[in-house]
Design a protein around this ligand. Structure first.
Ligand SMILES: NC(=O)c1ccc[n+]([C@@H]2O[C@H](COP(=O)([O-])OP(=O)(O)OC[C@H]3O[C@@H](n4cnc5c(N)ncnc54)[C@H](OP(=O)(O)O)[C@@H]3O)[C@@H](O)[C@H]2O)c1
Length: 280
């Protein structure tokens, strides 16, 4: 059996870190993304077979989001293609609180078990890296983050911890059949997160809560986002950040035998790379 691991989203926020760690361990890595040497596209099922050929394990990060309708069908169909090709270990990146994410987990689990393959779910809270590598960077650089989230609290998790858990599940025995609900070590509001970022960045950055409709309108007129993207973002905010996920869980501790990294450490590290620097 080939010792190659397919890392879907292998240039993204978690996949890139998973791929780096696997390579450091001497594991053969195949990045699965549209721009990869062997292109993989979630929207083009004809690309999947070549991506899983001669692969023994797969890290599954679905885009655009595991919570959107259709994610479960896509993840289930991918899992079927993978096990039919001989993949023996599947690790799914999931999200907390979204019904479709639970459906996707269930579909992957069923397909894996029917094929006698191992599976692990890494069910994650909001990534800290949304503030440093994604859509929240631009408003932070501009000096003010406005979100329709009130004082909602979330246990932001460092993508480094997600990658550590995923790599353990991909490379070690003892993680098969586990659902690791992974969070950071404390609940924080978005205002508290922005304050920690401002301190780390050495700049003044504010947070304001705005009504959902105002946020959606401004995202189109001022942010230049298209209506479909804005509808997707407001769907996510409503689905995930309504209080249902405002609790800690112990997945990092259970998987790795250590506590998760704190947001302050993430903020210091990201600031040191210039993530929120306005110096040109
Ligand atoms: N962000 C969070 O806070 C959070 C929390 C919990 C769970 N999650 C889950 O994490 C997963 C990844 O989300 P993310 O926002 O962090 O994304 P991401 O990993 O940053 O996504 C980018 C990666 O996906 C690839 N990609 C983009 N479109 C693709 C397509 N059509 N087919 C195949 N690959 C494609 C990109 O490479 P190419 O451009 O080369 O294709 C890149 O490697 C989602 O399922 C999400 O639900 C996210």
């Amino acid at each position: 059996m080939a010792n190659t691991t397919l890392v879907l989203g292998g240039t993204g926020k978690t996949g890139r870190r998973v791929a780096e760690r696997l390579a450091d361990r001497g594991v053969g890595v195949r990045v699965g993304s549209r721009a990869a040497a062997i292109p993989f596209d979630w929207n083009e099922q004809s690309t999947w077979k070549a991506a899983v050929a001669d692969v023994s394990a797969a890290y599954i990060a679905f885009v655009p989001d595991i919570g959107v309708p259709g994610a479960a069908d896509a993840v289930g169909a991918f899992a079927e293609t993978a096990v039919a090709s001989g993949v023996r270990r599947l690790v799914l990146l999931s999200g907390r609180g979204a019904p479709e994410a639970l459906n996707a987990e269930e579909r992957m689990r069923t397909v894996a078990e029917q094929a006698g393959a191992e599976w692990t779910v890494v069910r994650s809270s909001w990534f800290a890296q949304n503030f440093s590598e994604a859509f929240l960077v631009e408003p932070l650089l501009a000096g003010e983050l406005a979100l329709p989230l009130g004082d909602a609290k979330e246990p932001f998790i460092d993508a480094e911890d997600i990658a550590d858990v995923a790599v353990a599940a991909l490379t070690e025995d003892g993680h098969a059949g586990e659902v690791y609900d992974v969070t950071g070590p404390r609940l924080m509001s978005f205002g508290e997160a922005v304050a920690a970022i401002a301190t780390a960045a050495g700049r003044e950055i504010g947070y304001v809560s705005v009504p959902m409709d105002d946020y959606a309108a401004a995202a189109v007129t001022e942010g230049g986002l298209d209506a479909e993207t804005v509808a997707f973002m407001t769907f996510l905010f409503a689905e995930i950040l309504d209080g249902r996920n405002a609790h800690l869980s112990d997945g990092v501790q259970r998987a790795l035998g250590r506590a998760p990294r704190d947001f302050t450490e993430f903020a210091r590290r990201a600031a040191a790379t210039g993530a929120w620097s306005t110096d040109s």
